[in-house]
Every structure is written in structure tokens, then in C-alpha cells.
Design a protein around this ligand. Structure first.
Ligand code: CUV
Ligand code: SF4
Length: 648
């Protein structure tokens, strides 16, 4: 493209540099394509466009003029509700299908030891077995794993009853769900029913649609996603804090760079192993490289970071830019958040794009079937393919930027960090919330969106929150954004956090921003919140906790499902950018206001990160006041040393 003006597209200078290069080459990226979509269809942006049947597409005039109904008679609130609910269903489907794949892999690990997969975390296996009511006595790990996998798989196709992990929620919360009759029966069932109800001429009551929307979302958060997280921990290990690095600068000039992008660690874990094979490293050397550098993009990156400390090349909007460095021998993708633009940009460099999932193919790219059975063998073939491509490298242009970070804060790790080796628990966290050193906890998650300046909302929001002594827990592309900004280091506690939070962080040696993993790992946040309730001192339900959720730069349907399960779990949740609900005041009022009386949590939308922070801080203060802990009390903070003394 000629005359592409590079206005500030990102707060990340690595991104802006890379964009200058792509512009010089005349390549289009997500930012240029986003510009070309302007002006966007206002009906669509406000959720007012319906194409559920072919009497339409129909659209409602948002200014109160005609038409105020679709051909079938659907009103604005009905159209907005159906569209929103379908986003929940699609998002829940994506996470849950990921969960299903993990459950099937666990079954494989149990049944065929030479599959390459095995049981890494025996403690977690036993813990999950207990929740799933699997007998462990006199059974081998493999026998237990087989039953656990089968029980987990049942959760998808079950027609009646309740999905198993609902039991992880506080009793009061379960009570709310029972009262509303929205406990998910089976993951697949709720998603199918959502699609049914929102097809033409079925559910015509936006409130009733959203009740099932909540049920569907809960089937994701406490179902599919939680199954994914817990079973991945069994298979690949429960994360604990470790060091890593992030940004395009992690790509190496001297090594064979393999970038894995997508979602399921079922693939990436095997690549991690393959990339460490001696003969492959020697092969790389024989081709003139120093070694093999495996890095990630998006949630797959988060998965290999939190378990192996492997570097992250960037978040969703950096996938094209990673290729544009000219240093990527192969980008290996599976499912979700993979831009269809990749083959076009890969063609301009030597990068080979490789697909690995029968669910996600790309025309004219090499496809390596990663059937779980021969995963390691396939992974080795893929790594070899990348190595063989190394001599085809031309000019390389890697931005220097990279940042250190600490990640791997599973809820078990948070327990351990705060509670110490001997008394792992959330008691110290709750104590610090009660005494006001920590004002509250915010989960800041989700995608990036070229409609807003890349990373800016994530970073500004989180900066403001930690300055106000709010501990931030992160996942997804939001965690990557804040990692690049340097928030995920213990030193950042001194630099950015308020006095109280900073003291706590220093005492236990943790950053004020905790990276908990990928999008399915938002289920870790649900469990952490449940733990906080169970420990006591902060009310009887998640909705009483001084906590909030946010997705400042969201874009995916998955984010809507996540938002809805946070809300239905009792959490006040703010989305940036905008929400496709503005076309109906009635619907907006329902999810922004009425929801609070129904679920104890509600939605909000606010594109400005400063105002978003204010909403969250106000909400947390309101909750603190209700709990009667709004005045700071002095308490003794137990550091590791003092705790050890207590033990004797
Ligand atoms: Ni699943 S869903 S852009 S990779 S967080 Fe990243 Fe995370 Fe959104 Fe996609
Ligand atoms: Fe139009 Fe109704 Fe069909 Fe939607 S379902 S496209 S509003 S006729």
C-alpha cells in the first residue's frame, strides 16, 4: 500500500517498528484491514442486525424510526439478546471442545503408555478423582486416570443432572444457581439448547434467553474450561512460578525459530519435547543454526510459558508481525485465533505455515495430522520441516524488545506463595484483604482488538489497579500485554504498586500482577474466588467479595462467554471497546442493572481505561463497605521467616 501513514497503532514499540517494515514492503496487516472496514455497519456494532433466517437479514432502526421489528416481528431487545446469546454459545463451544480434546488425551495417556502422553501430576489426579467420585484405592495412576477421563467426558454428553465441577463453587453460589434452575446439565446440551432457543420463532423473552445464556456460559467456565485446565495439569503438570521472556525480541537470529500458535497444549507440549531431541538439535546445527528456539503466540504461548518457561513472541495482534521478522522457519497452528491472513503474509517470507488440526485447515499449507496416537512422532517431523527451512532465510529484522517476567500462578501456586510450604491456604490473602493492604482482586483477561490502540487499555487499566492496591490476576492476551510492559516482575511491585500491595508482594516475593495462564485457565480464577469465600472473613458468596473482572480489549466470542460466566458467578465485569448490545436499551438495562439482583454480578462496558479502573475501584470499595472492612486495620504481615517460626 502506498502512503500508509503509521499513526500509533500500539503502545508496544516492537509492534510499531515491525509495522513500519511491513508498510515499506507494502504488506497489509490486521491494522490496515481494520481501517478498510471503516465506517463499520452501525447495526452490527449495536447488535441490531439479524440474519437468523432468510426472510431477513433484518435490521432495527436505533433512532426509533421504522422499522422497529424484523420481518418475523422480532424486536430490538430480542435481536440483541439472540445475537449475544449465540456469541456465548460459540465461545462456550470453543473452550469446551478444547476441554474435550484434553479429556480424550488423558484417556489415551491412561490406555497407551507409548502415546507420548503420561500422567505428570499425581496429586492433582487424585484431587480431581475425589471431585469426580472416582475410587482411588488400590488403583494405579493409569487406572485412576482412565476413570477420571471417562467421567470428565461424560460431562459433555450428559442429558440430566449436573456437571461435576459445579461442586467447586461455594454452596451459596450453587444455591443461587439452583434457585434459578440454571445449573448446567451437560456441556454439549446447553450449547445445543442455546442454538435451538435462538433460532427463528422459539424463545422470545430476552430475560429467559439470558437465563439460558448464563447456564451455557457456566457450562464453559465450570465445565469445559475447568475440565481443560484441571486435566491439562494432570497431563502436563500444575504450573508454579517460573521465569520467562516476552515480545518479538525473543525470536533468535541464530536459531531455528519455531512459533507455535493456537490453543491446545496437546500439540505444543509435544513440540516442546521434540525441540529438545538431540538428533534434531544436531540437524539444526548442520544447517548452520545454533539450535532450536521454540516460542509461542496467543494462548498456546501462555500454556508453554506457564509450564516450561518458554518465550512468548506476542499476543494475537502480533502473529503476522512475528512472520514479518523473516526469522520464523515455521509457524505451527492448531485451533482458535489464527488469522486467515497468515498464508498471504507467510508467502512474502520463507516461513512455512503448518496446520495440525482436522478442525482447522488452511488451503495450500502443509498439514500434519496430530492424531494423539503418534503425537511425538509427528511433532518431530514438524520440527525437522522447520529446520530444513532454515537455509531459505533471507533478510532478518527482529525488533530488540523483550521483557522478563514471572508466570505460572495456578490457584495451587497462589496458595503456596501466600500460605507458605506448610500451611498452603488463602488465609493470608484474605487477611491482607481484610486489613486493607490489598483492597481487592481483579481478573483482567481477554484479547486485543485493532479498533483500539494495541495493549494500551490492558496496560493503563492494570497500572491504575495495582497503584490502588488491587491485586491483578491475568490470563490470555491481556497477560501478554502486561508482561511486555514489565508488570509481571517482582520489581514492579516497588515501581508500580500501591504501598499495601507492594508490602505484601515484597514479603512473599511475588509480582502485583499474577499470570495464571490461557483463556481456559480463567477457570483457575473461579476456583481462587471460591477458595477466598471458603476461607472466610469476606462474606458467604463470590458476589460479596471485593473483586471484579475486566476484558479491556476483547474481540472473541469466547470473551463473551467468559464475561457471562464471571457475571453469573457473581462478579462485576467490565468490557472495553464496546459491547454489541447498544441497540437495545431494554436489553442493556437487563445485563447492566437487573442482572445484579439475579446473579449478584453484572456487566458494564467502558472503553476508557481510566474510567474502567474507576468503575472497578468503586465497586471494590462498595463491597468492602458492605463487609465492614472499609477502614484499614493494622495487622501483622507474616513473611516467610515469621511463618516458619510459627510452625515450631
Ligand atoms: Ni484464548 S481468545 S485473542 S488467544 S485472549 Fe487472545 Fe486467548 Fe482472546 Fe484469542
Ligand atoms: Fe428477520 Fe426475524 Fe429472520 Fe431475524 S429471524 S432475519 S428478525 S425475519
Amino acid at each position: 500500500m502506498k502512503n500508509t501513514k503509521i499513526t500509533k497503532k500500539s503502545i508496544d514499540s516492537a509492534v510499531n517498528q515491525a509495522l513500519e517494515k511491513t508498510a515499506e514492503k507494502g504488506l497489509e496487516t490486521v491494522w490496515e484491514r481494520s481501517e478498510l472496514q471503516k465506517p463499520r455497519c452501525g447495526f452490527g456494532e449495536q447488535g441490531l442486525c439479524c440474519h437468523i433466517c432468510y426472510m431477513g437479514p433484518c435490521r432495527i432502526n436505533p433512532k426509533g424510526k421504522k422499522p422497529q421489528q424484523g420481518v418475523c416481528g422480532a424486536t430490538a431487545e430480542l435481536i440483541v439478546a439472540r445475537n449475544f446469546a449465540r456469541m456465548i454459545a460459540a465461545g462456550a463451544a470453543a473452550h469446551s471442545d478444547h476441554g474435550r480434546a484434553v479429556a480424550k488425551t488423558l484417556l489415551l495417556a491412561a490406555e497407551s503408555p507409548d502415546s507420548g502422553y503420561s500422567i505428570k501430576d499425581e496429586n492433582k489426579l487424585r484431587k480431581i478423582a475425589k471431585i469426580l467420585e472416582v475410587e482411588v484405592k488400590d488403583r494405579t495412576n493409569e487406572e485412576i486416570a482412565k476413570k477420571v477421563a471417562e467421567k470428565a467426558l461424560e460431562n459433555f454428553g450428559k442429558q440430566e443432572g449436573e456437571i461435576a465441577f459445579i461442586k467447586n463453587a461455594p454452596e451459596t453460589r450453587q444455591g443461587v444457581w439452583h434457585e434459578l434452575n440454571i445449573v448446567p446439565r451437560g456441556v454439549d446440551r446447553e450449547i445445543v439448547e442455546m442454538m435451538h432457543r435462538t433460532s427463528i420463532g422459539v424463545d422470545q423473552d430476552h430475560r429467559n434467553i439470558m437465563l439460558h445464556g448464563a447456564r451455557t456460559a457456566l457450562a464453559d467456565g465450570w465445565g469445559g474450561s475447568m475440565i481443560a485446565t484441571e486435566l491439562q495439569d494432570i497431563l502436563f503438570g500444575t504450573p508454579s512460578p517460573l521465569r520467562g521472556q516476552v515480545n518479538l525480541g525473543v525470536l533468535s537470529e541464530k536459531d531455528v525459530n519455531i512459533v507455535v500458535h493456537g490453543h491446545e497444549p496437546v500439540l505444543s507440549e509435544m513440540l516442546v519435547h521434540a525441540a529438545q531431541e538431540k538428533d534434531l538439535i544436531n540437524l539444526a546445527k548442520s544447517k548452520g543454526a545454533k539450535g532450536i528456539n521454540l516460542a509461542g503466540i496467543c494462548c498456546t504461548a501462555n500454556e508453554i510459558l506457564i509450564r516450561h518457561g518458554l518465550p512468548i513472541a506476542g499476543n494475537i495482534l502480533q502473529q503476522e508481525l512475528a512472520i514479518s521478522t523473516g526469522a520464523v522457519e515455521a509457524m505451527i497452528v492448531d485451533v482458535q485465533c489464527i488469522m486467515p491472513s497468515l498464508p498471504e503474509i507467510a508467502k512474502c517470507y520463507h516461513t512455512e505455515l503448518i496446520t495440525t488440526s482436522s478442525k482447522g485447515k488452511i488451503e495450500d499449507t502443509k498439514y500434519f495430522e496430530l492424531s494423539e496416537k503418534n503425537a511425538l512422532k509427528t511433532a518431530k517431523k514438524i520440527v525437522k520441516e522447520a529446520i530444513m527451512n532454515f537455509p531459505n532465510r533471507e533478510k532478518v529484522n527482529i525488533p530488540k524488545e523483550k521483557m522478563d517476567l514471572i508466570a505460572g500462578f495456578s490457584h495451587e501456586a497462589i496458595n503456596y506463595m501466600l500460605g507458605g510450604t506448610f500451611r498452603t491456604s488463602y488465609v493470608p490473602l484474605n487477611d491482607n484483604v481484610v486489613n486493607g493492604r490489598i483492597k481487592g482482586v481483579a481478573g483482567v483477561v481477554g484479547c486485543c482488538n485493532p479498533k483500539v490502540i494495541h495493549d494500551q487499555c490492558h496496560v493503563s487499566l492494570v497500572e491504575e489497579l495495582i497503584a490502588n492496591n488491587i491485586l491483578v490476576v491475568q490470563t490470555g492476551c491481556s497477560a501478554i500485554a502486561c508482561a511486555k510492559a514489565g508488570f509481571l516482575t517482582p520489581e514492579s511491585a516497588v515501581k508500580y504498586a500501591g504501598k499495601g500491595l507492594s508490602e505484601v508482594c515484597k514479603a512473599v516475593g511475588m509480582p502485583p500482577v499474577l499470570h495464571s495462564g490461557s483463556c481456559v485457565d480463567n477457570s483457575r480464577i473461579l476456583i481462587a474466588l471460591s477458595e477466598m469465600v471458603k476461607v472466610g472473613g469476606l462474606g458467604n458468596d463470590i458476589s460479596e467479595l471485593p473483586v471484579a473482572g475486566a476484558a479491556p480489549e476483547w474481540m472473541s466470542e469466547k470473551a463473551i462467554s467468559i464475561g457471562q460466566y464471571f457475571v453469573a458467578s457473581g462478579v462485576f465485569t467490565v468490557f472495553g471497546v464496546g459491547l454489541p448490545v447498544g441497540g437495545s436499551e431494554i436489553f442493556s438495562k437487563h445485563i447492566f442493572k437487573e442482572f445484579e439482583n439475579i446473579f449478584g454480578g453484572m456487566w458494564a462496558t467502558e472503553p476508557d481505561p481510566g474510567k474502567m479502573a474507576a468503575l472497578i475501584i468503586d465497586h471494590i470499595n462498595k463491597k468492602r463497605e458492605k463487609l465492614g472492612i472499609s477502614k484499614a486495620k493494622e495487622r501483622i504481615l507474616y513473611d516467610m521467616q515469621m511463618r516458619r517460626e510459627l510452625e515450631v
